[in-house]
Write a protein that binds this ligand. Structure first.
Ligand code: 15L
Length: 272
């Protein structure tokens, strides 16, 4: 049976990265974005809907005959309160309501480490469901949509997997010293999404979206529970990173001890 996955934010950086990685025999990716998704090599069967995630009618149409939603759409960095509310809160609420009306059973929600950015790395791994402690309006909006999805889980039984993504980029090199802890390699991202799609009866789950990085602070135990076993380790880039940036001080440097790093200090509500 064909499995149809609705991907919101399909024209964004993460959507563009994931499209070829998620191509599979017997799978249709339905792409939703306000911008026409670029033509790419290596993609499988795809459908396109050009619409905003805040357009209730279009999103309901987009949810018809869908087996799972991969929600990447919205604002992906700090911005004004209005933009964050419109794109992330209103967009996600519109989508959740369409999912309910169309009877889609599962959503994989792209959350962020910035939902928990003011937590400090401790001696051991930080649980994926650590309390929200946002570092920005953007991080707050991610915490808010995690709990909005929980509302739809508790009320309507929607299966929800919230992935607090570290740093996922097309380039294979982790971004800066902080990236040595937060890197999610593209191929591990594929492993993670596939685990989210295929695991049975997930209920409501929180997961960290990071690779098997030697210097990570994130727990991978929650990922293991659904069959996510990352294999990549940013340590292969460590020598190059340290040569460029100096030795990381993960004990005293606030840009490295706080989960959100320097995002804890950027001006609140100012577009990045
Ligand atoms: C995020 O949530 C952003 O979407 C991404 O652009 C990165 O900046 C990432 O966090 C990060 O923490 O590096």
């Amino acid at each position: 049976m064909t499995k149809r996955i609705l991907m919101t934010g399909a024209s964004g950086a993460v959507g563009t990265l994931l499209r070829p990685l998620l191509a599979r025999e017997g799978r249709v990716l339905r792409l939703l974005d306000i911008v026409e998704p670029p033509a790419l090599d290596g993609t499988g069967a795809e459908e396109r809907i050009i619409a905003s995630v805040t357009d209730a009618d279009a999103v309901l149409d987009a949810c018809r005959d869908v087996d799972a939603v991969l929600h990447l759409g919205g604002q992906s960095v700090e911005s004004t309160l209005d933009i964050v509310i419109e794109r992330n809160l209103r967009g996600t609420m519109t989508l959740l309501e369409a999912i309910r009306l169309a009877g889609v059973p599962r959503i994989i929600l792209a959350s962020s480490n910035h939902a928990a950015g003011f937590h400090l790395r401790g001696g051991g791994p930080l649980a994926a469901d650590i309390a929200a402690r946002p570092d920005t309006l953007y991080g707050w909006s991610k915490a808010a949509i995690e709990s909005a999805a929980r509302l739809y889980h508790d009320r309507y039984g929607l299966e929800v997997l919230c992935v607090r993504i570290g740093a996922l980029y097309a380039t294979p090199i982790p971004m800066g010293l902080r990236g040595l802890a937060t890197w999610l390699s593209p191929t591990d991202a594929r492993r993670l999404i596939e685990a989210c799609l295929s695991c049975e009866d997930p209920g409501y789950r929180m997961l960290w979206g990071v690779s098997h990085n030697t210097r990570r602070w994130a727990s991978l135990a929650e990922g293991h529970e659904i069959g996510y076993y990352p294999v990549d380790d940013s340590e292969v880039f460590a020598a190059e990173m340290i040569a460029a940036n100096g030795e990381p001080d993960f004990v005293n440097d606030p840009n490295l001890t706080r989960i959100g790093g320097h995002w804890c200090d950027i001006p609140l509500g100012e577009p990045m």
